[in-house]
Design a protein around this ligand. Sequence first.
Ligand SMILES: Cc1cc2nc3c(=O)[nH]c(=O)nc-3n(C[C@H](O)[C@H](O)[C@H](O)COP(=O)(O)O)c2cc1C
Length: 194
Amino acid sequence: MSDINFEGQRRFQVLGISGSASKNSYNTHLLNAIGKMLPSNVDFKLFEGLTSLPFYTPEIDTDQDRPAIAQTLRDAIRGADAVIIAAPEYNHSVTAVIKNAIDWASRPYGAHSLVRKPILPISASMSILGGVRGQIHLRDILHSTESNVVARPEVFVASAHTKFNEDHELVDQETINVLKLAVDSLVSHAGLQA
Ligand SMILES: Cc1cc2nc3c(=O)[nH]c(=O)nc-3n(C[C@H](O)[C@H](O)[C@H](O)COP(=O)(O)O)c2cc1C
């Protein structure tokens, strides 16, 4: 098993974005579990407020009318050294919540916060497939934003309801191991060893 390897003096900022609107989301619990695994020189922040983003509309994406939460999202992504997106699969694809967030983050075209941003997409589902179809769509969408997506390991947390205790803590050792490998991969992908 690998140890997460954030070395050096610099502090690193990792942003977690959950693609679930549920208040009791396995994907959010997964991000919280990752936040607790990270070494002390990493500031992990879970983005709050995605569900208050209106549907992306070009006419309101102006300096005068842009919703504050959209600007907050863009700034949070821009300020992060790396992003982890944990998103469920809805009807064999991504949730509307995460697609809308990516649409907001992906403008202005060519100069937005996702360009070259190191991103680790993961998914949790109560099904035995772990949200694989949704995550593949998510990876495709991120590809269009020119973000720097971690290729492997791919993390699909299947039967998610069996992997957490009643305090929503991740207790499945295999999942913990693969998450550590995935974060390690994100770290080296992002060149974060200072
Ligand atoms: C509208 C809807 C569609 C869903 N479609 C799928 C699906 O296609 N594949 C799947 O594995 N689970 C599907 N599920 C189940 C979710 O993956 C499961 O509820 C999961 O826990 C949601 O993630 P969360 O706990 O982070 O909110 C669906 C759930 C909803 C509400």
